[in-house]
Design a protein around this ligand. Structure first.
Ligand code: DX5
Ligand code: ZN
Length: 220
């Protein structure tokens, strides 16, 4: 079986009881808490900013993996760092200067990630890969939880893994969007080291049971 790290996205959790949701995830054994920040401009949805990240910081000791789906993320990197983010991932498409944004995250002492949308050529990763701690490949168009895995992501993960192995073996590949029992093994085999999962973990069933089901899907 191929182990994978799980980063739980809180997007489909009950925001009225976020602390309990996060503690449930921590108790179940997830590896990271994935926080989807959306600005209503880069993506057609709005979520939360540094204040909520800070509140979550007080609810868990797990790494906070902050995924910024916002234009000009460089304007807020300091705020997210101060709020307690451990990893900060910016989108290639959301800034004129992805390189500068990644450098800034590293200067702030945080792990730096670059994310690319399903329609962006993988070559976007190439110049920055030697600098990255995380390479996040979107397997849905960002904006909403509960979307369907775009099947071309699998081949892109394979190509990204080859790029990563050549340019920066310590960089982790993160797959984000539509990960569930039916897709997690395929994404893992193709090269994902970390799987973000939202609706497959936060739904009507207990999170621990859902996490077990994902791990079982990897064992087959
Ligand atoms: C999509 C977000 C994802 C998403 C994952 O814009 O970046 O993190 O919420 O949710 P699921 O697992 O439901 O696709
Ligand atoms: Zn995300």
């Amino acid at each position: 079986s191929l182990p994978v790290r799980f980063a739980v996205s809180i997007l489909t959790a009950d925001f009225g009881r976020l602390r309990e949701a996060i503690q449930e995830a921590e108790a179940a054994g997830v590896d990271w808490i994935h926080l989807d920040v959306m600005d209503g401009v880069f993506v057609p949805n709005l979520t939360f900013g540094p204040l909520v990240v800070e509140a979550i910081r007080h609810a868990t000791s797990l790494p906070l993996d902050v995924h910024l789906m916002m234009v000009e993320p460089e304007r807020y990197l300091e705020d997210f760092a101060r709020a307690g983010a451990d990893h900060i991932t910016v989108h290639f498409e959301a800034t004129y200067h992805p390189h500068r944004a990644v450098q800034k995250v590293k200067e702030l002492g945080k792990k730096a990630g670059l994310a690319v949308n399903p329609g962006t050529p993988l070559e976007a990763f190439e110049p920055l890969l030697p600098e990255l701690d995380l390479a996040l490949l979107m397997s849905v168009n960002p904006g909403f939880g509960g979307q369907r895995y775009i099947s071309t992501a699998t081949e892109r993960l394979r190509r990204l893994k080859a790029l990563r192995d050549r340019l920066n073996p310590t960089c982790l590949i993160v797959v984000d969007g539509g990960i569930n029992r039916g897709t997690v093994a395929e994404a893992r085999r193709a090269g994902a080291d970390v799987a973000v999962a939202g609706s497959a973990l936060f739904n009507e069933r207990p999170l621990a049971e859902n996490l077990r089901a994902l791990r079982e899907a990897l064992a087959d």
